[in-house]
Ligand binder design. Structure first.
Ligand SMILES: *Cc1c(COP(=O)(O)O)cnc(C)c1O
Length: 380
């Protein structure tokens, strides 16, 4: 067998795919407990809602389970109807995805080819480069705001505008951004949209917008009638507490929704997720309570971390904080694992001195803070 054949069929895979580095998720709880022989570990690594699902969702899941022998409604009629009402848009503007991750990939598939490029910021959500690279399009990574900026490490919209040219089909904006927690003011975003050429689709990823408040949920949607090249993506994984079911959506012009509908898998959302999302929408008091608990958690983490010498918290509008340790983060991450606390290292984002920590329950946040300060003391 010749050398050239040794790695067959790898050598024949698309070169863009061969060069991909797979996504690294937060460490699962049972994996840590299995590997380290500990119990009651705390996971603050994946920006999940610590409250568990709403009781109304659990009821809907149980009811929906009775008909899982049937294919789901591939058009998601009921959920789209409820979502449209909740958001003040039309059902035909909605596209449902297997997580909003699915929508991001569909957008890349729909608009990108090897002859085009996509623009996004340094330190932006890591799924953007993955989705872009798989299509063979060029990723144009724009330098983020410097550390002295009010929104340190956040998106620099002017620099992003400069990077856009006639071959730019997509620009990804995460607002608030993960993992930095930074955000963009509505006026700045609106001015940006005005300047983006109509040949470029602006993907506004609002996975965390519900944490800002009810007003933020409708803010960007009001711009859709003025900007047919705007696509807003949302998820049920974060404040809605359905990360394990995989469901998200986009709001766009009906034309873009129709385009995405051509390439999505016919049954990309399962029937349990459809029913759960509809029930989750109805329980807005769960959302209110989650928002309140999150701001208390963020304040607790921010103050607690700020009181430790040598570390710095970046202000966040999400359900997590990014902490600058001013030193390599992996030894601290490891020490936290041994203490039964999983946080998220972000070296893959080019931030080797930072850790991202999700705001958990009050008990989880206290556990983290104690373990964190102990870890830092022991490493000096
Ligand atoms: C978590 C997250 C998503 C999407 O998650 P899904 O579970 O796929 O809906 C999208 N964008 C950002 C910025 C996120 O942090």
């Amino acid at each position: 067998m010749s050398d050239a054949n040794k790695n067959f069929p790898l050598n024949y895979a698309a070169s863009a795919v061969r060069a991909l580095q797979p996504y690294v998720p937060g460490k699962p709880l049972d994996e840590l407990e299995r590997e380290y022989g500990i119990r009651n570990a705390v996971k603050l690594a994946s920006n999940e809602n610590p409250a568990g699902p709403s009781p109304m969702v659990l009821q809907a899941v149980e009811a929906a389970a009775k008909t899982i022998n049937r294919y789901p409604d591939g058009a998601g009629f009921q959920l789209k109807k409820s979502l449209a009402e909740h958001l003040g848009v039309e059902p035909r503007q909605l596209t449902l995805g297997n997580g909003s991750n699915d929508i991001l990939v569909l957008l890349a598939e729909a608009f990108l080819t090897a002859a085009t490029n996509a623009v996004f910021s340094e330190y932006a959500f890591v799924v953007y480069p993955l989705a872009v690279q798989a299509t063979s399009a060029e990723s144009r990574v724009v330098a983020a705001n410097g550390v002295e900026h009010r929104q340190a490490l956040g998106h620099d919209l002017n620099a992003m505008l400069t990077a856009i040219d006639e071959s730019t089909r997509l620009v990804f904006i995460a607002n608030p951004n993960n993992p930095t927690g930074t955000w963009l003011e509505p006026d700045a975003l609106y001015a940006f949209l005005k300047k983006v050429p109509s040949t470029t689709v602006v993907v506004l990823d609002e996975a965390y917008c519900e944490y800002i408040g009810a007003q933020a949920v409708r803010m960007s949607l009001a711009w859709l009638s003025e900007f047919p090249n705007l696509v807003v993506t949302r998820t049920f994984s974060k404040i809605y507490g359905l990360a394990g079911l995989r469901i998200g959506y986009s709001v766009s012009s009906p034309e873009v929704a129709e385009l995405l509908n051509r390439i999505r898998q016919p049954f990309n959302i399962n029937s349990i997720a459809l029913a759960a999302a509809e029930a989750a929408l109805l329980d807005q008091s769960y959302i209110e309570a989650s928002r309140k608990a999150n701001s208390e958690g963020l304040a607790f983490l921010t103050e607690g971390v700020a009181s430790i010498a040598g570390v710095r918290v970046i202000p966040s509008q999400g359900n997590f904080v990014l902490i600058d340790l001013g030193r390599p983060a992996l030894p601290v991450y490891d020490a936290l694992l041994h203490a039964g606390v999983i946080v998220r290292p972000v070296g893959n984002y080019g931030l080797p001195n930072h850790l991202r920590v999700t705001a958990g329950s009050a008990v989880e946040n206290t556990t983290f803070l104690t373990a964190f300060s102990t870890a830092l003391d022991n490493l000096v």
